[in-house]
Design a protein around this ligand. Structure first.
Ligand code: FE
Ligand code: FE
Ligand code: ZN
Length: 265
């Protein structure tokens, strides 16, 4: 993963903390970690771990909630071995229980898992709001954060495709959307950005990523995003559908070109 990111000319990258669909995990290999720490020191300041898709802290099924909570605790024990890791988490899907209960369960689980001595910061990802997903609007994320006790261990990851699909018009009113984000969550909570174009229209609630500049968000908006002074120093992660590392390499090169100060990727 780190080698691939280097090949693509990236200065950050995201990896899945475990099998994204099944949730299984390889046993820890200290040698791997030591090797990676060497590469990381020279090349990457911050990297992002992504939670597996099966993790759902607010499922209506109690055993899934508990399984998810244990998985999260285990993942965070691992990310804590690497300095400068952000852990990106899909808040969850309430699977019919309703948003209020879902939000309550997410905050409760986070309070049980987060530890004062933990170094990893957990990021709640802005979601597209498909199905019963929580986090499809800024105020839901605010409510979760409000109920989390260890606020220094929590932040937000802004996914451009999700925010757009959930109904925030970043194409016609990017400043207005950031203002809303700031008023609702606080811009200081923003710790990472997922740069994805969208195959669908604003408010479609679909969550289908597209290559940068090839979807309904478009290059002009991405240019504004990578040049936004609030975002410039955050890790930008591409989650675009590419056939090979070459595709991301090209995207990174284009994004660097349009960013005034040379942005990270
Ligand atoms: Fe995600
Ligand atoms: Fe994302
Ligand atoms: Zn997505």
């Amino acid at each position: 993963m780190a080698e691939k990111a280097l090949k693509a000319g990236a200065t950050t990258f995201q990896y899945f903390s475990r099998n994204p669909r099944g949730g299984s995990v390889k046993s820890l290999n200290i040698k791997d970690i030591e090797n990676f720490l060497k590469i990381k020191k020279d090349n990457f300041s911050q990297i992002v771990a992504h939670s597996p898709y099966v993790l759902n802290l607010c499922s209506k099924t109690e055993s899934i909630r508990n399984y998810s909570k244990n998985m999260l605790a285990e993942d965070l024990a691992r990310t804590d071995l690497i300095p400068g890791v952000l852990y990106n988490l899909h808040p969850g899907s309430h699977t019919g229980q309703g948003k209020d209960l879902g939000i309550e369960q997410i905050s409760k689980a986070l309070n049980e898992v987060l530890k004062q001595e933990q170094k990893t910061v957990v990021l709640l990802e802005t979601m597209a709001g498909k199905g019963s997903e929580i986090g499809g609007n800024f105020s839901e994320l605010r409510k979760i954060i409000d109920n989390v006790e260890l606020k220094s261990k929590i932040g937000v990851c802004f996914d451009t495709c999700h925010v757009f699909d959930s109904g925030y018009d970043i194409v016609n009113d990017l400043d207005g959307v950031f203002e809303k984000f700031d008023n609702t969550i606080g811009i200081g909570m923003l710790k990472a950005v997922h740069l994805n174009d969208s195959k669908n229209l604003c408010a479609s609630k679909k969550d289908r990523h597209e290559k940068i500049g090839k979807g309904n968000i478009g290059m002009e908006t991405f240019s504004k995003i990578v040049n936004n002074p609030y975002l410039r120093n955050l890790p930008f992660i591409l989650e675009t559908p590419q056939e090979s590392t070459e595709g991301w390499k090209e995207e990174i090169a284009v994004l660097r070109k349009i960013s005034e100060n040379g942005t990270k990727n």
